[in-house]
Design a protein around this ligand. Structure first.
Ligand code: SF4
Length: 241
């Protein structure tokens, strides 16, 4: 079955996913671990940083993690922590009371049920309090180098703009993207889409003229150029010269 339509553009969601993955791999090279903008040196630290990253920027998380990791090196240390002390340390990341509860709950479960080790399978990860598929996939792909495609707000938004899926539910988006790609590309694609969503396809002000996906993105907003016949068409539709 042909997957390319007119002008060599992919005409199926799977074809667009493959081309998106290939183009973004050139734009943002590296493994999922290398592409992750959080600071961490082991899966426990990554799990903590991922919990802290909810509703804030990676920069804010990175302000607090060095001292936090130095103080609570293992889940056992965090499980025994004074909640008020943790709250004070993570305050700059916002929602610090709820995040402290999550961290202490996670730390207790890890130390009591997992011998202080972060599990490296989906079932084990989602059994931890407050850990859903998104966080679990971050830990799998970034922390362990295993297949896992985290679907966050950027991945959801770009998947819809690029018509990689018709789904709105993150679990279905994950399944659609994963089905189009080899397992070793799942994590890197997610991390690349997140970077692209932060730097180029910014919510409500996408920089389509700078986007390496613009020639096949159904949502591209490009300057209109005059065709020789006098008809007007978008820059993406103009033949390369
Ligand atoms: S062409 Fe525009 S809308 Fe499409 S992915 Fe790129 S920046 Fe986003």
């Amino acid at each position: 079955m042909r997957s390319l339509g007119a002008g060599g553009r992919p005409r199926t969601p799977a074809g667009r996913t493959k081309l998106t993955a290939a183009r973004l791999a050139l734009e943002y090279p590296g493994s999922a671990q290398e592409l992750c903008e959080l600071d961490f040196s082991n899966p426990w630290e990554l799990l903590v940083a991922t919990v802290l990253s909810a509703q804030t920027t990676d920069e804010r998380v990175k302000l607090v993690t060095p001292a936090l990791f130095a103080r609570y090196k293992r889940p056992e240390d965090m499980a025994a922590a004074n909640p008020a002390e943790v709250e004070e340390m993570i305050k700059p990341t916002g929602f610090f009371r709820n995040k402290t509860k999550s961290l202490l709950g996670l730390a207790s479960t890890l130390s009591q049920s997992f011998a202080g080790e972060v599990p490296h399978d989906m079932a084990g990860l989602v059994s931890l309090p407050g850990v859903g598929r998104k966080t679990a996939n971050v830990v799998l792909s970034v922390g362990f180098g295993l297949p896992g495609l985290p679907v966050d707000t950027h991945v959801t938004r770009l998947s819809r703009l690029l018509a990689l899926t018709q789904a709105k539910d993150p679990d279905k988006i994950e399944a659609d993207l994963c089905s189009a790609l080899p397992r070793n590309e799942w994590g890197p694609l997610s991390l690349r889409m997140i970077l692209h969503g932060r730097r180029v396809c910014i919510a409500n002000r996408p920089r389509c003229v700078e986007c390496v996906l613009a020639d096949f993105c159904p949502s591209a907003k490009l300057p209109v150029v005059a065709a020789p016949s006098g008809r007007r068409k978008s820059a993406a539709a103009a033949p390369a010269t």
